[in-house]
Ligand binder design. Structure first.
Ligand code: IVH
Length: 666
């Protein structure tokens, strides 16, 4: 029996590992997310019932429970070196000259790979199991970030044994944040009024240095392996073959790695990638050129902190110079004032840039950006343009420091600095600039998704006072819209239809659209799933909200504050009276079997096991593979075996197919 369970657990683990590898390393998933979740859930339940069988390399052990107090230190037995940089073809030729001279031959080849813009990490596998993970630190000693690294799904907790695995195998590579995850994270940060990360590298480093691995787990970091550290037995005699072996071990390796003999070929590969880099979904800041054979590397040796067998070719930073035509201050939906530099149009990595955010007034002061200044702009991770430098030497005479506003540039009301001292806000809840932003947000794609209700129409609706709050949108008529500029009958009626359609948007969109501080669409979905109805959410007290996984105390406070405000209560009332029917899409809490745990045994008569399992899942029941006190029903077919005995012993209700169908149809 015990062996049986142990075997089941191991089977599940190897299935899950295989699917992790297919999904995260090879990008070739074979099963749906739901099927994956089902396997994972089964494993989790089995392990809960048999905690002694939990091993550190189990896929369930990726996320640890408790935040750390601080990081321990790990000494690198083999130092983690840095790489010398070059910036042009001539410097690459010089490097090649030095290699040829030291090796006293022309018989060598290079491996050329991209220089990933993340942070270096050293993974220590002992007998194939991931034991520790350390940052580079000063090259000799790094931080122990094992708990965080284990949450990265591209990193195997146990290596595949397609080849003989050295007892001690240190794998080095780069942890990075893919562009899309970076964009999502920053969007969330902005929604939550937190400072966004400047680029994906900072975001990756920040995420890996979190003391709470549960947050790291949500950051979608990834990994590519590119070198070994300590090894108990050599794997291969050159770098290229080593990377091939990495693949056999289930480690993710850059698929675009190339070999080249002549330096001109190396240069060509570098230049090609300089242009092609936007095709990757992560950032690279150059190329790394490595002598392939290890015996030749030994001859070349190292100087100081960098090996002589390796060089980086750094891409020119994607920057541009332009002039600040003016600095304006935008008022956000919750009143935050943001300084924006309006720029003379300039091309930067394929797009025309005319504006750059200065983030906040502290940043503006630090850079001392002034109207008329020549500035260097850069795309943060090729996504948001920002001002990185002011060319003070080019500053025209008689410029003035930008005056930080003391009143709202839109409504002239008093402004106040937030307690954390970074943001300045307009304090007038009736400020029309805030209203415009709130309306844009309300109609936005991740909220009520009202097509055709764009910025310029919103500007007019607010200016003409046709709309003073969200509910007024639902009172608009085609005639009223036609009276506005650039509004023909047809487009007016399209707008009205789109507004009408939004009345049946699901609950989470409604919650998100309200623009409750700190509550973006993701949190709105969590709330909608949890409460299932607006009434229940409105009735929730702070303790109930705080108890929800992923809703922190500050978010809970913000939600309570919002729903306890009389004006907001009125607004919601008005929206509901206008015919909005926010309903929950999910039926999580409406399934007939919510919270019920089933175990199946024996041969079923009328249904396949998978069909029954699906019925249970559809009604939000759970399936466990072994009987315990927690089991609610044992569904027994013919020849049930030992599970029936156990159920009888524990007093678990035993049902047959017919009884099961009765429960479902009840
Ligand atoms: S090899 C001694 N390969 O670049 C060479 N490093 O500036 C060991 N990096 O600390 C590293 N992509 O974080 C290597 N394909 C690649 C790389 C790479 C990025 C980073 C690594 C290293 C830094 C040096």
């Amino acid at each position: 029996m015990a062996d049986d369970i142990a075997q089941q657990i191991e089977d599940l683990r190897s299935q899950i590992r295989r699917h992790d590898h297919l999904y995260y390393v090879l990008s070739q998933p074979e099963i749906s997310d739901q099927e994956y979740d089902r396997l994972f859930e089964q494993l989790k339940q089995l392990e809960q019932q048999h905690p002694l069988l939990i091993t550190p390399d189990s896929p369930t052990q990726r996320v640890s429970g408790q935040p750390l107090e601080g990081f321990e230190k790990i000494a690198h037995t083999i130092p983690m070196l840095s790489i010398n940089n070059t910036y042009n073809a001539n410097e690459l030729r010089d490097f090649n000259g030095r290699v040829a001279k030291s090796l006293e031959t022309n018989d060598y080849e290079y491996v050329v790979e991209s220089k990933i813009d993340g942070l270096a990490i050293s993974l220590r596998y002992e007998n194939g199991i991931l034991k520790t993970a350390a940052t580079r630190g000063d090259g000799n000693t790094g931080d122990d970030v094992t708990a965080n690294v284990k949450t990265i799904k591209a990193i195997p907790l146990a290596l595949l044994d397609n080849i003989v695995i050295p007892g001690i195998l240190e794998i080095r590579g780069e942890v990075f944040m893919p562009n899309e995850s970076f964009a999502q994270l920053n969007k969330l940060k902005e929604e939550n009024e937190e400072q966004p990360f400047a680029n994906p590298r900072n975001a990756a480093a920040g995420s890996l240095k979190l003391l709470d691995a549960r947050i790291t787990a949500r950051r979608n970091l990834s990994f590519l392996a590119y070198a070994t550290g300590e090894l108990s037995e050599p794997l291969e005699s050159d770098h290229y073959q080593t990377l091939e072996q990495f693949k056999q071990l289930g480690l993710p390796v850059n698929p675009y790695i190339k070999r080249a003999k002549a330096i001109d070929d190396v240069i060509k590969i570098c230049m090609d990638w300089q242009n092609a880099r936007p095709k990757l979904d992560y950032q690279i800041d150059g190329m790394v050129i490595k002598v392939n054979r290890f015996d030749q590397r030994d001859i070349l040796g190292a100087t100081g902190r960098a090996p002589k067998w390796c060089i980086a070719y750094k891409f020119p930073a994607e920057q541009a110079e332009t002039i600040v035509e003016s600095i304006t201050v935008q008022v956000g939906k919750s009143g935050i004032l943001t300084p924006v530099a309006n720029l003379k149009a300039v091309q930067l990595s394929g797009t025309t840039v005319q504006r750059a955010s200065l983030h906040n007034f502290d940043q503006l002061r630090r850079l001392d950006v002034r109207q008329g200044d020549t500035v260097v702009i850069e795309k943060a991770g090729e996504i948001i343009p920002q001002v990185v430098e002011v060319k003070k030497e080019l500053r025209p005479a008689r410029t003035e420091e930008f005056a930080i506003p003391t009143t709202c540039p839109n409504c002239d009301s008093q402004v106040r600095k937030d307690d954390n001292g970074v943001y300045i806000r307009c304090t007038n809840p009736g400020c029309s600039a805030q209203l415009k932003e709130r309306l844009k947000y309300f109609a936005g794609r991740d909220q009520m998704d009202i097509e055709n209700l764009g910025s310029s129409l919103i500007e007019q609706l607010v200016a003409t006072q046709l709309v003073k709050n969200f509910a007024d949108l639902y009172k608009l008529s085609t005639d009223q819209l036609v009276s506005l500029e650039r509004m023909a009958e047809k487009s007016a009626s399209n707008v009205i239809t789109a507004i009408e359609k939004s009345k049946t948007q699901p609950l989470w969109r409604f919650i998100a659209a309200l623009g409750i501080p700190l509550i973006g669409s993701q949190s709105a979905q969590i709330l909608a799933d949890h409460f299932g109805s607006l009434e229940k959410l409105l009735a929730a007290d702070i303790e109930t909200l705080e108890a929800i996984d992923q809703i922190g105390p500050i978010m809970a406070q913000s939600i309570c504050k919002y729903f306890n405000n009389d004006k907001n209560k009125q607004l919601i009332e008005q929206l509901l009276n206008s015919g909005l029917e926010p309903k929950c899409e999910q039926k999580t809490s409406t399934g007939k079997l919510t919270g019920r745990i089933f175990v199946l045994t024996g041969t079923l008569q009328n249904y396949k096991r998978s069909e029954i399992e699906k019925m249970i899942k559809d009604e939000d029941g759970k399936i466990s593979s072994s009987v315990s006190k927690k089991t609610d029903y044992l569904l027994a077919g013919e020849n049930p075996g030992s599970k029936l005995d156990k159920a009888n012993k524990l007093g678990v209700k035993v049902i047959d197919e017919k009884e099961f169908l009765n429960i479902i149809e009840e």
